[in-house]
Design a protein around this ligand. Structure first.
Ligand SMILES: NC(=O)c1ccc[n+]([C@@H]2O[C@H](COP(=O)([O-])OP(=O)(O)OC[C@H]3O[C@@H](n4cnc5c(N)ncnc54)[C@H](O)[C@@H]3O)[C@@H](O)[C@H]2O)c1
Length: 288
């Protein structure tokens, strides 16, 4: 896809972090922007700020775990702006811990947002993109955790591997169909956003205390590693820039990650190829 002006971008999780950067970049390219998020106040603020730049934007409160809400989001994009051309299935949450340490509520919630949210996005928007039969692009935000498997990030890793697989299937299906639609999967490393405060959006009971005092030693170590890494992480704008380059180049993999984070991916690819047992990547290995 080469032309962005006047086309319609839809961004889930668009009120913060990487989603907000996608929306800002889309607006700066003259796209009309449909901003979707479960956090109403943050959504209003983001939509107001983007609108103040002169862009055409609407904020649509949307919980991506609800298929009817995502269907309604798609209808709103069509009714308001006449279609949808670049769809960012980006909303996501992060939970630490080994599977047996997590509550069922947080495991199901993470699956619901990170996997079902993307599934709902694909189900609601693909018929629209295919029917339009003009250049379009689906961008699914996975993570480096979708290509590797660090300890004490179990459910997060599982959800992000699912997003990579769903995206790759979609990419191949578009080629088989000869459709003018392409797909990319974004696998960021450490990006400075509010992802380590995901519990702010967790519904119901089972919410962990933000100080995470009840995490196991392993979970606490991973939390500390990610909190520090994300605090010093790349700005989300860098992810948006690389992603729009990839859309133009019809490139599937977008991996805006630090070199030492990427080293863990290369190590894993070698382990799989050589059928070697997985080892701790250097970046996570205990210091001497
Ligand atoms: N920050 C990183 O280092 C990093 C690394 C790899 C991947 N990611 C992924 O990037 C994506 C964006 O996260 P971020 O880092 O910008 O974090 P963020 O918390 O700043 O933004 C996530 C947004 O998603 C929204 N959201 C949460 N649950 C939702 C729901 N049910 N429905 C709709 N919106 C919902 C939040 O309100 C928030 O606005 C996520 O999928 C995350 O897993 C982030």
């Amino acid at each position: 896809m080469q032309e962005f002006a006047e086309r319609v971008a839809v961004v889930t999780g668009g009120a913060s972090g990487i989603g907000r950067a996608f929306a800002d970049r889309a607006a700066s390219l003259g796209m009309r922007v449909v901003l979707a998020d479960v956090e109403k106040a943050a959504l209003d603020t983001a939509a107001g700020e983007i609108s103040a730049t002169g862009a055409d934007v609407i904020g649509v409160p949307t919980d991506v775990t609800d298929p009817d809400a995502v269907d309604a989001l798609a209808r709103t994009a069509v009714d308001h702006f006449g279609g949808a051309h670049v769809v960012f299935n980006n909303a996501g949450v992060l939970v630490y811990g080994a599977i047996w340490e997590n509550t069922l509520e947080e495991l199901r919630w993470t699956m619901d947002v990170n996997v079902w949210g993307v599934i709902h996005g694909i189900r609601s928007f693909m018929p629209i993109l295919l029917e339009q039969n003009v250049p379009g692009h689906v961008v699914n935000t996975a993570s480096m955790a979708g290509l590797t498997a660090a300890p004490y990030l179990d459910i997060y890793n599982a959800t992000k591997h699912a997003v990579v697989a769903l995206s790759e299937s979609l990419h191949k299906e578009m080629l088989m169909l000869g459709a003018p639609i392409r797909a990319s999967v974004v696998c960021p490393g450490l990006i400075k956003t509010k992802i380590t405060r995901s519990e702010r959006n967790q519904p119901g009971t089972g919410t962990r205390d933000p100080d995470r005092s009840e995490l196991s030693e392993g979970g606490a170590l991973m939390s500390k590693f990610l909190n520090e890494g994300i605090e010093d992480g790349y700005p989300p704008e860098r992810v948006a820039e690389e992603t729009f380059d990839a859309i133009r180049e019809e490139r599937f993999y977008v991996i805006p990650a630090q070199e030492d984070v990427k080293a863990g991916l290369y190590q894993r690819l070698d382990e799989v190829r050589d059928e070697r047992n997985p080892e701790m990547p250097g970046i996570l290995a205990p210091e001497d």
